[in-house]
Unconditional design. Sequence first.
Length: 452
Amino acid sequence: MENTELTPKQIVERLDQYIIGQKDAKRAVAVALRNRFRRLKLPEEIRDEVAPKNILMIGPTGCGKTEIARRLAKLCGAPFIKVEATKYTEVGYVGRDVESMVRDLMAVGYNDVKAEMEDKLREKSVSVVEERLLDLLLPGSNTTDEKAENKENQPAEQGDTREKFRQMLRDGKLENREIDLIVKRPSSGPNMEIITGGSIDDLQNSMQGILNIMNGNGRGKKRSVTVKEARKIIEEEVLDSMVDHDKVADEAKKRVEQSGIIFIDEIDKIAVHGESHGQDVSREGVQRDILPIVEGSNVNTKFGVVDTTHILFIAAGAFSVAAPSDLIPELQGRFPLRVELDSLHKEDFKRILSEPKNSLIMQYTSLLETEDVKLNITEDALDRMSVVAEEVNNSAENIGARRLHTIMEKVLADINFDADEHKGETITIDAAYVDSKLEGISENQDLSRYIL
């Protein structure tokens, strides 16, 4: 469900918890998100005229473009997918067609709504799951709807046994007992793939489903599982049967159309620099195929026809070779907001290591704490790793914050390997320790031997 109460300032504050710097980009996405909430409050005749202000993010790899879009979607609970422009081909060529990004977004929206509805029904499903488990544990004492009318005629001993097993089940005493269970495949939503699905993948899935039914696979497969495993499987089946799939599809379609976000990464890779020839013609063809989707068109999905007019598109690219002006003019016009993200420096790296929620330092220390090993990473160690990250990014390929992952792995390689021998110890990582593990890396010309 969308969080409609957040102001642009609050959105930026939330993003600051996970992403360091990039103030302009955060402000742009915060306003774009808030405008979507404002639009929904407008009278209907005006609302349809207000188009989303799509955003083009320009900046080197690893500077936070994808993370901003991903956190934004989580923040508002909107259906979100990240796609890469290079994965698509012009219509008529072998490969994924651009409309599949909308079908993928609709599938995400459907799964989100279905999960929400299942959560609401979970409490109601507990008693049904319990009865199904008892039926499997005590064949012949079935009290499901088909035999409910004969319940009064069952021997008292049988009823007592069932109640005893029920109590044992609730007390967790039967969790490891094995039972035979027929596992059925959950429904994937309205059976509309062949009718409305536009992709080859949907058609292949539909044909496979028909073949499974013809071969008898639709009835399910018998498995021997523990009661604990059976409870999860049965709960999924029960919840799947309780959910109104048509209602889920309708709500998902509404959310996707009104608040869906599609993040198109590496859009600079389909920009054509200079004259078009050879492969460049196909790249320009992909741009022309993307254009109607971004402008607003109807796309067939297995959950119904989706109108893309009010989906928010965020495109991103490094644009180190091509420039945004190398995109076709029509596509440029559909991304009116342009935000340049800054390259990261040592101060940024230091903050990225320690400040965000679930920061890299917290991740590594938490992992080692599972082995009863405590890490004490000093301030000068953070300084030293940040300096090395900046130096290597400047001398070799600039991969932004991703450089910190490889540096942390290099620094902690021995500790991670020998963690079991340091149980109960507190290990201090200072600048001298960092230098001993990264010695000569920033000066060595063949940097690829040491760090990506």
